[in-house]
Design a protein around this ligand. Sequence first.
Ligand SMILES: Nc1ncnc2c1ncn2[C@@H]1O[C@H](COP(=O)(O)OP(=O)(O)OP(=O)(O)O)[C@@H](O)[C@H]1O
Ligand SMILES: [Mg+2]
Length: 224
Amino acid sequence: MSNLNNPWDKYQNCTIRDDSNVIEEIQRDCRIPATLWQRSFKNFTINDGNREVFEFLRKRCFLTDKLEDMSEDEKNNNSKPQKGIETPSFITIAGSTGVGKTHLAIAYAKWNILTIESKVLYFQVDTLLDWLKADNFKHYDEHMKKIDDAILLILDDFGSQKDTEWALPKLDQIIDSRYVDNKDLLVTTNLTPAQLKLRTPRIASRLASGYMFSIKDIDHRGAK
Ligand SMILES: Nc1ncnc2c1ncn2[C@@H]1O[C@H](COP(=O)(O)OP(=O)(O)OP(=O)(O)O)[C@@H](O)[C@H]1O
Ligand SMILES: [Mg+2]
């Protein structure tokens, strides 16, 4: 029988920033791979192709004045935090491979986790589908509840999944449920808006109701 208590309750009384064990546990709970944890706004290089989305995400982060993920220069230049865009919403970051979509998604996730102690869940879309199906759907209810309880859900690499008869309606259900409940969703994708619309019109329509960005940049993997 699944335990349907709120899976995030255990963190309620933790002082997250002071306890590295708790951070590790949260990192695991948020499903952020350890290899991605170091990506932040601070180690992201801004250029003309990514400036718009970078600035947008940073503005959303300025909902509070806790700025520990910023360099001293940035802190000085932003001593008065701007009020961010208050309402929850859908954010889509499109762009070709290696342009920094996952990097920014993780930076945004971390800021939410470490600064405003928000419940975040990060998944590559394929991993999410496998997670729901794991052990012959044994944990399905528990996992769906966790998705539902997340304040911010990040679906990385949307479009890389195999659109099976089960997968597409499930993604549609998850995205529609967040849309109806007005909950934050951040999607990254290699697909253009036109490709999204062609492949999955219902999801494309909901994503288009939010903020859509496209990064135009080189493949930074290739540049290394
Ligand atoms: N503007 C940037 N500044 C610093 N590092 C960057 C930047 N853009 C990308 N990178 C680095 O390049 C690598 C690839 O970036 P990332 O994984 O975010 O790409 P992506 O857009 O998600 O690609 P894909 O579509 O293949 O998933 C990472 O190591 C990331 O940290
Ligand atoms: Mg990526």
